[in-house]
Design a binder for this molecule. Structure first.
Ligand code: NAD
Length: 285
């Protein structure tokens, strides 16, 4: 068997095409231009590159955006005050604070200060709670992108056994919850899991969100499983690779996502989707 590759770049392009149409209708019919404000603290080159990608994608979709750049010396108090101002600004529909933050700023304080109705990253505990109780809300972008990829290929989730490897707040935990909301039977594995293979080889769907290059080899995967590779690992030669050994797992899986051009482009696309949703005020309905 050779897996069908789920190309996230192509899917993202397709979805962004229809979002562009939706945004132009919003502008034309309601005079409403969705607006995203991104705050970046410090000079982390990876963060800067992510923010540039988000801005470029917003522009291409017709969503307006601005970036507030703050020095790494900014106080937590000042940052929270800026977020409050954005919460009160009716022209701003989505607020995103690029993580990670410098050590003197408590991430959890920042996340809870963002108005849940502008929380396009879907990290606010209120939105996490809404997701857990099965309500419609802003879903965290990477997990939302993963579910969208599975659905794009009509991969059956209901009743299937999904094994999530990783339990971070931004990927592992929420993707497991979204799979559960879709009626999968979900197993969470992590760095303390004993006999990882015993779990993953029973999975119909494997979500690898570990952050270690090529750890998921064919002996971790059941014949015909759908495998989603979330990992982004930079190798010494500068190239990017996922958590899954693509070339070998491709021979055994039914579906597989590549790195790059896999989950990454879907993450930004879901951010745009959440921004449009915030502009339309859907989370309040
Ligand atoms: P994290 O470091 O917060 O979490 C990694 C998880 O992997 C932890 O829960 C840990 O318990 C688990 N783990 C580590 N080693 C393990 C092992 N040997 N066996 C089983 N579990 C193990 O990372 P994260 O933020 O969840 O991100 C995971 C990966 O996904 C990273 O490579 C990150 O760059 C990538 N990522 C990609 C996107 C995207 O858009 N494609 C978005 C977010 C994160």
């Amino acid at each position: 068997m050779t897996a069908t590759i789920i190309n996230g770049k192509e899917l993202a392009h397709e979805i962004r095409g229809s979002m562009k149409e939706e945004v132009s209708q919003l502008i034309m019919n309601e005079g409403l231009t969705p607006h995203l404000t991104v705050i970046i603290v410090g000079d982390n080159p990876a963060s800067k590159s992510y923010v540039r990608g988000k801005q470029k994608a917003s522009d291409e979709t017709g969503i307006s955006s601005d970036v507030i750049e703050l020095p790494s010396s900014v106080t937590e108090e000042k940052l929270l005050q800026m977020i409050q101002e954005l919460n009160n600004d009716h022209e701003v529909h989505g607020i995103l604070v690029q993580l990670p933050l410098p050590d003197h700023i408590r991430e959890e304080n920042v996340i809870v200060t963002i108005d849940p109705d502008k929380d396009v990253d879907g990290f606010h505990p209120i939105n996490i709670g809404r997701m857990m109780t099965g309500e419609d809300t802003f879903f965290p972008c990477t997990p939302y992108g993963i579910i969208t990829m599975l659905k794009s290929k009509d991969i059956q989730i209901e009743g299937k056994h999904a094994v999530v490897i990783g339990r971070s707040n931004i990927v592992g935990k929420p993707v497991g919850q979204l799979l559960l909301n879709e009626n999968a039977t979900v197993t969470y594995c992590h760095s303390r899991t004993e006999n990882l293979k015993e779990h993953t080889t029973r999975a119909d769907i494997v979500i690898a969100a570990i952050g270690k290059p090529n750890v998921i080899t064919t002996d971790y995967v059941k014949q015909g499983a759908a495998v989603i590779d979330v990992g982004i690992n930079r190798l010494e030669d500068g190239s990017l690779t996922g958590d899954v050994d693509f070339d070998t797992v491709k021979q055994k899986a039914s579906y597989l996502t590549p790195v790059p051009k896999g989950v990454g482009p879907m993450t930004i696309t879901m951010l745009l989707k959440n921004t449009i949703k915030a502009a339309k005020g859907l989370s309040k309905q």
